[in-house]
Structure formats: structure tokens, C-alpha cells
Design a binder for this molecule. Structure first.
Ligand SMILES: *[C@@H]1O[C@H](CO)[C@@H](O)[C@H](O)[C@H]1NC(C)=O
Ligand SMILES: *[C@@H]1O[C@H](CO)[C@@H](O)[C@H](O)[C@H]1NC(C)=O
Ligand SMILES: *[C@@H]1O[C@H](CO)[C@@H](O)[C@H](O)[C@H]1NC(C)=O
Ligand SMILES: *[C@@H]1O[C@H](CO)[C@@H](O)[C@H](O)[C@H]1NC(C)=O
Ligand SMILES: *[C@@H]1O[C@H](CO)[C@@H](O)[C@H](O)[C@H]1NC(C)=O
Length: 400
């Protein structure tokens, strides 16, 4: 009579043991296994990676701490939609502004802060997890939106800005070589020298013959931090001496684009003008906006003015820099181009070797795609990085 009861006992024991081990298997944290050093055994490593891949969600969760309705987050989309709509190479990023979407905000992989808004923010996240990345994001210039408070020193792990040092680039445009590879902008550019570039075709040179007026400026903000308006006044009077016109379009000038339409406006620029004032509204390192692209896209030579080191953005000899040249020299160089068709054509040799593109044109330069791509770069994600002296990194000298 003892035998069947012992059988039952073993039976129950067996069931219990399987339940316990099943539970242990289910709740075992495979992340811990991976942190052991299994490098010696490639096969075992592969097996574990596969298990971890299957058990761990691959989604990267991004929390927008500042308003999702303000620029630039407003174009980021909610959930994965922004990445899917843009056909990004990685779409496994999930965006929300709902702080309780994952039980608690310390569970997010990333918390992003829009720079201009973060400056005045009274409530910052509490209980921060050491694995999280806090990201400072902005396309506005540091001069217009400096961060003067010390509370962001040692706060951000990454930045997502136009600054060429930022982990994730949020540039206004991208530069490609003739193979279509993305080559810039970046800090150390290896441009071809102007004299090594192929000359422009006769056909292109003939196309430039329609130009009749010296320079145009399209502008909507009349009083800027860069005080470009004062320089323009000076420039205008020096140009007058040569009988050159500086036509000002938009809110701050007396001229209006034909039909107030971008396409007609661009055509007017291309057909009529030799030079275009690509004057930034503020002076910050690496801050070069669509104002430059506007000239390059329309076969007009840009006259730049800003805080950037322009060698990171253009080869020498294809533009004039109003910050480096005094007004007299600048205008005399402008005159040289206008009076000498061969000399003027030289400004366009770059077109045989490089092209400039809006950042949103393709997924390998789209700032939102780049952000998700970056989150999938394990090496960068694993690395602990901290902006210790954030103000020194971001603010122009003596701005605060
Ligand atoms: C698993 O372990 C890792 C590293 O110790 C930890 O970061 C993670 O939160 C753990 N996951 C779970 C589900 O407990
Ligand atoms: C501009 O950048 C280039 C390349 O990084 C550097 O060689 C040059 O010294 C810089 N010029 C100035 C004025 O900082
Ligand atoms: C400066 O120019 C940028 C780029 O065009 C624009 O986004 C920004 O609103 C302007 N800021 C001011 C203060 O005019
Ligand atoms: C990054 O860290 C994870 C988790 O600790 C690890 O599985 C992965 O191999 C690391 N990747 C790199 C490229 O260091
Ligand atoms: C992010 O920065 C914080 C604050 O300095 C730091 O404690 C943390 O280790 C950093 N984390 C990563 C993942 O870089």
C-alpha cells in the first residue's frame, strides 16, 4: 500500500519541480548572462545572443520632456510614425510625451529636451537611471538661445544640434561628392582645391549671361543679434560708388518677390543676380542655415556672414566672406566678378564635384532618422558620456 502513495508523491514532486524551473527560466534575466565573459566560446555567445534577442524588446523609448507641439518636436511624430513615414533605416524608436507611458520616466532609454524651452523649465525629471541618455536638442542658434544657468552642467549625455561636435547632427543641409556619398559638413573637410576642379561648361557659362544686377537679400527679420543690418547699410553705400544695386526683398526691404511664390522668387534670383547675401541672423559656431543653400541652389555666389568657420561648409574660392573682408575689399571683389565673366564662372567649378542638399531630402541625412540610427549604435549607446561644462560647450564666449 506504500508503493502507490510514494508514486503519487514522486509524481507531485516532479510536477512541482517542473513548475519551479519553468518559472525560473521565464523570469531569468538574460542580460546578466551576457555580461559574463564568454568571448572564448563563440558558439555559446551566439546562442546567448539569440536568446537575449528573443527575450528583450528592441524598441528604443524616447520621452519628450518639453512640449511635443513646439518646433522641433512637432515634426518628430508620435510612436514610430515619424520614422516609418520618413522611411528611416531604423524605425524601432518610439516617441511619446506621456511621462507615465512606461510606469515611470526613469524607464525610458532617452529623454529629449528642446533647448529653447529647457532653459526656462522649472520641473526637471527626478530619479534618473544611469543607463538613460538625456539629450539637448535644438536647431536654434546658441547666440539666440544661450543656456546661462549652471543646472545643466553635467546634465546632458548627448546633444542633437547643428554644432558639428554634436553626437547627432541636426544640420540644415548635407554635402555630397560626385559619387553621391555624404561628405559634409564636418570639422575637417578635405576639399578639392579650386584649381584642381574641372572648369564649368560653355553652356553653363552662357547661362550666367542673363544676370544683370549685383546682389539680392531676402530677409524677414530686420533687427538681429548679428547686427547684419548695419553691415548691409555700409555695403550698400560702398556698392553705390561702383553703381551696383543691392536689392532687398521681404519685410525689411521695398521689393516683393513675383507672385510671392518661392519658385518664381528663386528663378528671379538665378536669372538676375550675381551675389546673394547669406547673412545669418546670429553669430554662433557652426551655425549655417538654409540661407547659404538658397544661394548655392540658384547659381548665385553667396556672400556669407556668421559665426561659423566656413571652410567646414564650402571649398575656398566659391564664396565671399563679409566677416573676414573689409567692406571696400569685399565690394571690389564683387566688382571683379561682375566685370569678368571668366572669373565669375570660376565660382561654380565646385558643381562638377559636389552637391548641396536639404537635410530632409534623404533618410541618411534626415535629423530624425539619424537620431533613431544613433540609438541603434550599441557602441555609442554603451559609452558613458557627459557634457560636464555644458555652458562652455554651448554658449558663445561672453554671451551669458
Ligand atoms: C536585467 O539586468 C540588467 C543588468 O543587471 C538590468 O539593467 C535590467 O533592468 C534587468 N531586467 C529585468 C527585466 O529585471
Ligand atoms: C577653420 O577650420 C579649419 C579646419 O577645421 C582650421 O584648419 C582653421 O584653422 C579654422 N579657422 C579658424 C579661423 O578657426
Ligand atoms: C534665425 O534664422 C533661423 C533660420 O532661418 C530661423 O529658424 C530663426 O527663427 C531665426 N531667428 C530669428 C530670431 O530671427
Ligand atoms: C553594449 O552593451 C550590451 C549590454 O550590456 C551588450 O550586450 C553589447 O554587446 C554591448 N555592445 C557593444 C558594441 O559594446
Ligand atoms: C548620463 O549623465 C549622467 C549625469 O552626469 C551620468 O550620471 C550617467 O552616467 C550618464 N549616462 C550615460 C549612459 O551616459
Amino acid at each position: 500500500m506504500l508503493l502507490p502513495s510514494r508514486k503519487v508523491f514522486y509524481c507531485i514532486l516532479l510536477v512541482l519541480m517542473s513548475l519551479v524551473s519553468y518559472h525560473a527560466f521565464k523570469t531569468y534575466n538574460f542580460t546578466n548572462i551576457i555580461s559574463f565573459d564568454y568571448k572564448s566560446s563563440v558558439t555559446l555567445k551566439k546562442v546567448i545572443e539569440n536568446v537575449a534577442g528573443a527575450s528583450k524588446s528592441d524598441m528604443k523609448y524616447i520621452l519628450q520632456w518639453t512640449s511635443p507641439t513646439n518646433v522641433p518636436f512637432v515634426y518628430m511624430g508620435q510612436g514610430q510614425e515619424g520614422f516609418i513615414d520618413r522611411k528611416c533605416p531604423y524605425t524601432n524608436c518610439f516617441v511619446t510625451a506621456d511621462r507615465s507611458f512606461l510606469s515611470d520616466h526613469s524607464k525610458f532609454d532617452i529623454i529629449v529636451f528642446a533647448g529653447p524651452e529647457a532653459v526656462g523649465l522649472y520641473s526637471l525629471p527626478t530619479n534618473r537611471s544611469p543607463h538613460q541618455k538625456y539629450v539637448f536638442a535644438t536647431i536654434e542658434s546658441s547666440h539666440n538661445y544661450p543656456v546661462c544657468s549652471n543646472r545643466f552642467d553635467g546634465y546632458f549625455n548627448w546633444t542633437w544640434t547643428y554644432n558639428l561636435d554634436s553626437e547627432v547632427q541636426w544640420g540644415y543641409f548635407a554635402i555630397r561628392n560626385s559619387n553621391g556619398d555624404k561628405v559634409g559638413p564636418k570639422k575637417q573637410m578635405h576639399w578639392m582645391k579650386l584649381e584642381d576642379m574641372d572648369p564649368v561648361s560653355e553652356e553653363f557659362k552662357n547661362g550666367l549671361k542673363t544676370k544683370t544686377k549685383a546682389a539680392a537679400w531676402f530677409v524677414s527679420n530686420c533687427y538681429t543679434a548679428s547686427h547684419r543690418e548695419a553691415l548691409v547699410k555700409e555695403l550698400k553705400s560702398e556698392m553705390n560708388k561702383y553703381g551696383m544695386d543691392l536689392d532687398v526683398y521681404g519685410k525689411c526691404g521695398d521689393l516683393k518677390c513675383p507672385n510671392q511664390n518661392v519658385k518664381d522668387c528663386d528663378k528671379l534670383l538665378k536669372d538676375t543676380y550675381y551675389y546673394y547675401l547669406s547673412f545669418e541672423n546670429s553669430s554662433s559656431e557652426d551655425y549655417v542655415t538654409e540661407k547659404l543653400l538658397h544661394a548655392l541652389e540658384n547659381d548665385v555666389v553667396p556672400i556669407v556672414y556668421g559665426g561659423a568657420n566656413y571652410t567646414r561648409f564650402m571649398p575656398d574660392g566659391i564664396y565671399l566672406n563679409a566677416k573676414e573682408l573689409d567692406v571696400k575689399t569685399l565690394v571690389s571683389k564683387m566688382n571683379e566678378g561682375i566685370t569678368n565673366a571668366d572669373k565669375y564662372a570660376e565660382y561654380f567649378r565646385w558643381k562638377n564635384h559636389y552637391s548641396y542638399h536639404r537635410q530632409f531630402e534623404s533618410s541618411d541625412t534626415d535629423p530624425y532618422c539619424l537620431f533613431c540610427t544613433h540609438l541603434n549604435n550599441e557602441e555609442m549607446v554603451n559609452k558613458t558620456t557627459i557634457y560636464k561644462d555644458f555652458r562652455k560647450w554651448w554658449d558663445p564666449p561672453e554671451r551669458c
